[in-house]
Design a protein around this ligand. Sequence first.
Ligand code: 13P
Length: 249
Amino acid sequence: MKKTIVANWKMCGTPESTKLWAQEFSSKSANIPTNNKIVVCPPAGLINLLKNALTENKPDLGGQDCHAQPEGAYTGETSAELLKSLGCEYVIVGHSERRTNSNETSETVRQKASRAIKSGLIPIICIGETSKQRENGKTLEIINQQIEESLPFEANSNNFILAYEPVWAIGSGKLPTMDEIKQVHSAIINNVARRIAIDVAKVCVLYGGSVKPDNAGEILSLPEVSGVLVGGASLKAEDFVKIVMSCKY
Ligand code: 13P
């Protein structure tokens, strides 16, 4: 089964570190399995530089967020159209860091995902519960609500990806058990398939949160997991390549 492995650099990287990353990725990725999809999402200001610095086995590119409007007086924002014209195929929307730090609601996330689709990008729509919600046994309730409110009306069998990122697992080194990942991914897949009337096999759900070279293989081996969304461990090209290489399925 083809898997999608996405690097989210967040607000990290400089022109210098990006050139080094690209050199290292290009030199170490000669043997990466070609049947998988690799996507790198650097900060918007580094997209062009990364694109030009990559020489071999070029991954696809993605943005980390986009605005819901196509253009206009939105100081500091990045449009989906600009990302597309810079060569991106994907854009992350609804990351928990944006839901928390920028007070993004699921309705805003839906509008951003919708704009991404209209601009020819595939939105990677992030959902996930906080530790408190998990402790209160509300994981599936929260997930279902986020799907209901964040999924764009244009969603069909091949124009979006979901990423399950438990908020408490991001950057913490903590991970759900493999059984928990399977359970939540199955719930997401069944919910989405029913909601937009598509085959369960067509629902693409990535796992994100403390994915590292030493746990990626096990996570990626789960049939319910369509790929991984990697933060910290994607900043070193060597570690990111190890994660890509651990995908043997
Ligand atoms: P970490 O891999 O650093 O836990 O981050 C996950 C994430 O937020 C990816 O979007």
